[in-house]
Design a binder for this molecule. Sequence first.
Ligand code: 5AD
Length: 474
Amino acid sequence: MVAVSLVSLDSMDSTESTERTANAVLEPPAASAATQARSLYVETYGCQMNKADSELIVGLLAREGYRVTDRVDRADVILVNTCAIRENAEQRVLGRMSELNRFKTANPDLILGLCGCMSQHLGDRIIERAPYIDLVAGPDSYRRLPDMLRALDAGSEPALSLTWDRAEHYLDIDPVREAGVNGWVTIMRGCDKMCSFCIVPFVRGRERSTPHGEVVRQVERLAAEGYREVTLLGQTVNKYRDGEVDFADLLSRTAEVDGIERIRFTSPHPAHFPDRLIEAMAASPKICPHTHLPLQSGAPETLSRMRRDYTPEVFLDVVRRLRERIPGIALTTDIIVGFCGETEEEFEATREMMRTVRFDSAFMFKYSPRPGTASHKRLADDVPEEVKGRRLTDVIEMQKSISETRNRAYRGKTVNVLVEGRSRRDADKLFGKTDAFKTVVFPEREGIETNMIVPVRVSGSTPFTLFGDVVATA
Ligand code: 5AD
């Protein structure tokens, strides 16, 4: 495994968009270029796709001789990989960029760059708002980073690259991955769904699938490096298609890779769940019994304004088929409250749906209008802020009570836990996840190490965590 660790700076934040991670490499990569080793600090905001992209950026720049550091104050280049999904994600990054700018006082040659979705979204406006930013690169432009950095070193003006490239899969670049038990594999880039609230198609471009042979090669490589779990990533991951190979086939092929014991994927779209996909999931014990199935709203009218391409009935049918074929499957979701025109009745339909499905957990958000999207252009953001706030608190409370009951049902059961490391709250405890994606905390025991799968008998629970003890194996 390459000596890279992804240090979580504030991992207690539960929403994807506010999570921030920083890369830290412990030893220099093999430099191929003549460039003198310069140090690179990468900070990542947003979804798993962004984390995977940061690993790609590190892989790409490692080839150029950059050495990653976890000391932001020692970096020659700081790259912030950003998220544009909600406005507060952007505000937070802008604040952070101005903080990072302070390091230029001590190091006037420092290059400060903004990568990812926010770059694509704001374009050159970002340099107007934050003139100290030297480099702006969108998700299809990372291949240009070495040239852009060289030009900046040679004294050029701020560099901007926001090209769209439908053919860009970054196939020849091996990501430098975080040390950990899970390896991300990007199997699709972009999105063609055009949900009315969502900025992703505008910042990540058109949908394209990585050739299946390449996906399998990456999974094999991860297995050879010692990873036991992989997560296949795509914005609408279950729409994967490469010629005759669809997502169900790809899952089955991935499951054939020796050494990999857990396969996860995120995020699927509820409108693309044929029986053959559910059969493929049920057929292999390696494919984890957990699906993140973003509901967004439980009201047909809201779903239609959101252009989600399914009705509540279709969603419930997917849930029914998944639970029938994969008993014990955990289901998690995303909910948006206060979308344009959401009435009390429509909001109540979302609550009703949450009561019916009883998700294991949920990410819940207030609608945030994103310039450029259909809902921003054509619909009024007319739910008052205080109503959005009340609805959000309401669903959060409701979900907490459902998660509490669901987790309580694990008490007395034995679950298999893939050990991820030491608990952040309790230094003499370890933590890991079950195949159903439940976090389990348990006392350390002789011989138990990161990356092992161990049976843990659950004795306690909260809405967010299970607690227990390792049981002796035969
Ligand atoms: N406002 C609020 N939440 C949003 N999401 C996507 N776009 C918006 C928006 N404009 C949420 C959806 C999605 C998750 C990743 O972020 O719930 O599934």
